[in-house]
Design a protein around this ligand. Structure first.
Ligand code: SF4
Length: 261
């Protein structure tokens, strides 16, 4: 097998102008023949959508399950983590950017069929498998087949979702609806200023950013990316940070997580 596979995509349709539109994530990429989506791993080839990373992992790692972070799910057990190249997100703080944004697909990929992943989890004593490092939505066909192979061997599959249903994915249940009401993890982005910036300047910046977020065209673009436009005052933002420090502090300590230099 060479470095790139062309597995038939399951979620797409043809547009009147001959392009194909990917229906998998809110990006709705519309592709000409040979073009790739923003995630880079989905491509129009031969008039259809293909996934170029099926059965190709960017690497494996055995983690404590608390690092996912799960606190009451097989506590103390190991979880086999894996992902693929590519991502549909563009987070500036991504710690896996060299994989998620790489274009050198061959170098990054090891062959790993869904069955091989399930077999490896059993062999390595892992109770579960995590789809991580990049957004598993972009390799949904691979992730779902891997989850089925794992379930057949009594291994659980773990992926990340949110507290509320996304407007963009109304059929996907929230964590509470899936039976985990105590799980409340959400991502936010904020803008920080050095501590010595005068309050008047901070207030002025906050006003400008709030106006930008309230702009209907900006809000529409954020919604299309499944991001809920928010906005908070500096005081409210500080409370959010303090709350998250308290919420995740125990998990970080339990998992013995350390910053890498
Ligand atoms: S999964 Fe990839 S190709 Fe499909 S819409 Fe999202 S970014 Fe575009």
């Amino acid at each position: 097998m060479d470095g790139v596979t062309t597995y038939p995509g399951r979620w797409w349709h043809t547009l009147p102008d001959g392009r194909v539109q990917c229906d998998l994530c809110p990006r709705d990429c519309r592709l000409h023949e040979g073009q790739r989506g923003l995630c880079f791993v989905r491509k129009m080839e031969g008039g259809r959508m293909v996934l170029t990373t099926y059965g190709r992992s960017s690497g494996f790692c055995i983690d404590p399950v608390e690092k996912k972070p799960l606190n009451h799910f097989y506590p103390g057990s190991s979880i086999l983590s894996f992902g693929t190249a590519g991502c549909n997100l563009a987070c500036k703080f991504c710690q896996n950017w060299d994989i998620s944004k790489s274009r050198e697909m061959d170098r990054l990929q090891d062959e790993a069929s869904p069955e091989a992943i399930a077999h490896a989890a059993v062999r390595l004593g892992c109770k579960s498998v995590a789809f991580t490092y990049n957004d598993p939505v972009i390799f949904a066909e691979y992730a779902m087949d891997a989850a089925d192979a794992c379930h057949a061997r009594g291994i659980k599959a773990v992926a990340v979702t949110g507290k509320e249903r996304s407007d963009e994915l109304p059929d996907v249940p929230s964590m509470a609806e899936a039976g985990y009401p105590e799980v409340d993890v959400h991502l936010w982005s904020g803008i920080f200023a050095p501590s010595k910036v005068p309050p008047a300047i901070v207030a002025k910046l906050q006003k400008v950013f709030a106006a930008a977020i309230a702009d209907t065209s900006v809000a529409a673009k954020l919604k299309a990316m499944a991001v809920n436009p928010g906005g908070a005052t500096p005081d409210q933002f500080e409370k959010i940070i303090q709350s998250d420090v308290v919420k995740f502090g125990d998990v970080v300590k339990a998992a013995n997580l350390k910053f890498e230099e």
